[in-house]
Design a protein around this ligand. Structure first.
Ligand code: NDP
Length: 328
């Protein structure tokens, strides 16, 4: 079986030489273990941070060891009574074709209503991130105008739709291509959307009036523009700053931080893993919205383990609409 190792730590943009595909033998599971054939791997922006040797909210990836990340797969052999061959499971041993894991590190998922890939996107960590951001961090209130950056991505596309369900009167999105902008307005029900390549974000955002809640996936120019366009007592959920993840120098912060004071803005960062207790509530509500067609989602797949690095790099180049995944 094959797995992808981190061969060296990237400086700035990762390059293929930072990764190495390694062929290994997998033993049969011993009691308490389970052997899984991975069918879908997740690539996520937070993995870029783990490639650095820096202290953060998750430890760095080890060199010369398989990378990790969300994955779903099929149980091939089980040394645990609770799991049987053929079961579909979710776990964190991604970036590889097969995984041998302690049974308590896999979760059996129900694929009778949704495809297994949903457990890596809309019904998983990215969806929960959107929900936590708009319920706990920058709560949406009835009648709010909500702005979401990175709006055509895994988190952003759910955030815009959840904002509407939570009572927003107007949802605005920004994304990186005309096709994404069309998807937001024509299919996901965003009231307005723009391509941030078409002109300064602040100027494009101005067209749509004051913003009560900003869900920030991007940072940089987007954050500065949002601060400029926030209403008094506006709330910002600081979720990510993907515009800066491959920078080699610290980027200048928003130049207008005094507006946070003037407008009495609340700007609050969060990490979804601190909010596992919101998961049950989210999955319950999101399951209902999905079933009723009120929550739409999309996935972009690359094919085969050898495409995993490209999928990961593609995330940073905006090649995905919705959740970026690798199908094995
Ligand atoms: P996405 O599916 O949104 O993929 C990343 C997207 O970022 C790309 O599709 C691209 O779309 C956009 N992008 C890349 N570079 C830039 C740039 N320079 N400026 C603007 N947009 C850019 O990823 P996720 O939904 O998984 O993650 C979205 C954000 O949420 C990330 O910042 C991530 O780190 C964060 N996150 C935070 C969590 C938390 O707990 N706080 C948990 C999960 C995610 P485009 O074509 O529009 O440029």
């Amino acid at each position: 079986t094959r797995e992808i190792h981190l061969a060296s730590r990237p400086t700035g943009w990762p390059v293929p030489e930072n990764f190495r595909t390694v062929t290994t033998e997998l033993p049969d599971p011993t009691p308490g273990e389970v052997l899984v054939r991975n069918t879908v791997l997740s690539v996520d922006p937070y993995m870029r941070g783990r490639m650095n040797d820096a202290k953060s909210y998750v430890p760095p990836f080890a060199l010369d060891a398989p990378l990790e990340g969300g994955a779903v797969g099929e149980v091939l052999a089980s040394g645990d009574d609770r799991l049987s061959p053929g079961d579909t499971v979710l776990h964190q041993a991604g970036w590889r074709e097969h995984a041998l894991l302690p049974a308590d590190q896999v979760r059996k998922v129900d694929v009778s209503q949704v495809p297994a890939s949903a457990y890596l996107g809309v019904l998983a960590m990215p969806g929960l991130t959107a929900y936590v951001g708009l319920t706990r961090i920058a709560p949406v209130q009835d009648g709010d105008t909500v702005f979401v950056s990175g709006a055509a991505g895994a988190v952003g596309s759910v955030a815009g739709q959840v904002a509407r369900e939570l009572g927003a009167a107007k949802v605005i999105g920004s994304a990186g291509s005309p096709e994404k902008v069309r998807w937001l307005t024509e299919e996901l029900g965003f009231d307005a959307a723009f391509d941030y390549h078409d002109g300064p974000v602040a100027a494009q955002l101005k067209e749509h009036g004051a913003v009560d809640v900003y869900f920030d996936n991007v940072g940089g120019e987007h954050l500065e523009a949002a601060i400029q366009r926030m209403a008094d007592f506006g709330r910002i959920a600081a979720c990510g700053a993907i515009a800066s993840y491959n920078d080699t120098e610290p980027t200048p912060g928003p130049r207008n931080m005094f507006m946070v004071v003037q407008k009495r803005i609340t700007l609050r960062g969060f990490i979804v893993t601190d909010h596992g207790d919101a998961a049950r509530e989210f999955y319950g509500r999101a399951g209902g919205w999905l079933a009723e067609g009120r929550l739409k989602h999309r996935e972009t797949f690359t094919e085969g383990l050898d495409s995993t690095v490209d999928a990961f790099l593609g995330l940073h180049q905006g090649q995905n609409i919705g959740k970026m995944l690798v199908r094995l």
